[in-house]
Design a protein around this ligand. Structure first.
Ligand code: FE
Ligand code: CA
Length: 520
């Protein structure tokens, strides 16, 4: 952690619009992967970069600066950080003592060369009047299935905060008919080793839209499965191209994830005794949004038990005939794991310090779909076992913890489709009292299930009021003290490097009224 050398309050300038890093040419080495910021609070933010092309056996010092203007005339904070060789020369600096709710600029320098300038923003502080906050949430980007041009539109939408809910990379080999060609040799096969995962993140950051989004606003990032392997569960492998030692593969993938995300350095601090990498990468967290409420992120992948009754005894997920699966409702089966679940209950408990401090919205960002999705029209249930549907006892515990928590918005991804609905307190009874509203975003670049069976699916799952499986895009939320305005933003065609953006549908949720209302 780097304490700032000096902080001096400066007058608040009007919010500058983002500098769209609209150049397709990657930054010069060693900063060719760009810069990022994340994990913000009212007075701190994490700055990230990774130096490319350095000798593999040298830790290198890097200088960093934070200022309120992009010209860095009067830095608010600056210091030196280390780019350790063991972490692929990634840099994670947690800058503290910053003014709240302010646009800030940052850059790194190394050996006389400056990085691109990034823009970030601190969150509102407790006690400040609630002012509107704009945030984007998104998930699922597969490089060889599309361009990440949606991110360029995210930058133009100028969010205060970007929440990513998983599948930042895909571990798959290059698609048989890739949208993009020119995948380098080190990133075209299955990702299984630390070098493979590093090469995969480097490939993804070669996308100018993704780089621009990382540089335009702070990120809060959560992973799902593809950062390691499709449908893995805790320490149980998923499916596709296995390895002898899944725990080692997962550890390598987690390390590469840390190396490429703006996460606090202490999240990957080596074990004090052995010096080994941490056994856990604790990504779940709570972020105060001041008087507006809070954002809680949940990790539904790292601590879960294996999926139940996957067809043909395979590992990973699938569609399951619930009547033929005796362990389906086993209360012992966990999705969050006991420690995270207990932490979440404490966060949500009315009367707890956390709840008292948060009179506003509770945004619950998690990787997948919370609401029940029945896939069959007849009575015998057919459900997907990899999401919340496959862990009904864990979902019931989450819903019980949400009882009495006002103004809950659940944000998700994973299914590559937009879904919008109420959150019935009893999933089998769609009309039971609503605990909040769920919004699931489609993918930045991945394939959804299409819309052929859409009307059918909505009729069978009436707690959902909207679904779309044919678009790529993200969700945009304008959050105020009175309401949440949610726009589903879609691009024309992820197969094109340059696309147009449109709003597919707009919804409103009013404070004190946990039902989604479609505006247009
Ligand atoms: Fe995905
Ligand atoms: Ca999956």
């Amino acid at each position: 952690m780097q304490p700032p050398e000096a902080t001096s309050p400066e007058p608040t300038s009007p919010d500058p619009r983002p500098q769209t890093a609209d150049d397709d040419v990657p930054p010069a080495p060693p900063f060719s992967l760009g810069v990022a910021s994340g994990w913000p609070s009212a007075d701190s933010v994490v700055l990230w970069t990774r130096l490319m092309g350095l000798p593999a056996d040298h830790d290198e010092p890097v200088h960093w600066q934070v200022a309120s203007t992009p010209t860095f005339d009067h830095p608010l904070a600056q210091g030196q950080a280390l780019a350790p060789a063991r972490l692929a020369h990634s840099v994670h600096v947690q800058v503290q003592g910053l003014p709240s709710k302010r646009w800030l600029y940052y850059r790194f320098s190394y050996a006389g060369r400056n990085s691109p300038v990034g823009r970030t923003r601190t969150l509102p502080a407790q006690g400040q009047p609630a002012q509107p906050l704009r945030l984007v949430w998104a998930s699922c980007q597969r490089w060889d299935l599309g361009y990440f041009d949606a991110w360029r539109h995210v930058v133009a939408d100028a969010p205060d905060l970007i929440v990513f809910v998983g599948d930042a990379i895909y571990e798959y080999p290059r698609a048989r008919e890739p949208v993009r060609s020119g995948v380098p040799a080190g990133a075209s096969g299955w990702a299984r080793t630390l070098d493979d995962y590093r090469a995969r993140y480097a490939l993804y950051r070669s996308d100018p839209g993704l780089r621009a989004a990382h540089a335009a606003a702070p990120w809060v990032s959560m992973w799902d499965d593809h950062e390691v392997q499709n449908d893995y569960a805790g320490l149980h492998p998923g499916n596709g191209a296995g390895v002898d030692d899944f725990a080692a593969r997962r550890a390598a993938a987690y390390q590469a994830y840390f190396e490429h995300m703006p996460l606090p350095p202490q999240l990957f601090a080596p074990d004090a005794q052995s010096g080994a990498p941490p056994a856990e990468l604790r990504l779940y967290a709570a972020f105060s949004l001041g008087a507006l409420g809070r954002l809680i992120t949940l990790d539904t992948r790292q601590y879960r038990d294996a999926q139940a009754c996957t067809p043909r005894g395979a590992s990973g997920g699938g569609l399951v005939d619930v009547a033929d699966c005796p362990s389906w409702n086993d209360p012992q089966r966990r999705l969050l794991g006991p420690v995270q679940a207990q932490w979440l209950r404490q966060q949500l408990q009315s009367g707890s310090a956390q709840a008292a401090a948060s009179q506003g919205w509770t945004l619950l960002a998690q990787p997948t779909l919370l609401g029940q999705r029945e896939f069959r029209h007849s009575q015998a249930p057919l459900r997907r076992n990899d999401g919340w549907d496959g862990y009904p006892a864990a979902r019931a515990r989450l819903l019980a913890a949400l009882q009495g928590v006002p103004d809950v918005l659940v944000l998700g991804g994973d299914v590559h489709e937009f879904w919008v609905g109420r959150i019935p307190s009893q999933p089998e009874q769609p009309q039971s009292a609503s605990l909040g509203v769920e919004f699931c975003a489609a993918s930045i670049a991945a394939h959804g299930g299409g819309n052929a069976k859409r009307a059918h699916q909505l009729a069978r799952n009436p707690h959902f009021i909207f679904a779309d499986g044919a678009s790529n895009g993200y969700g945009l939320i304008d959050l105020s003290a009175e309401q949440a305005l949610v726009r589903l933003r879609v691009i024309d065609d992820a197969r094109l490097a340059r696309t147009r953006i449109a709003t597919l549908a707009t919804f409103r949720v009013q404070r004190g009224h946990p039902e989604p209302e479609r505006l247009d």
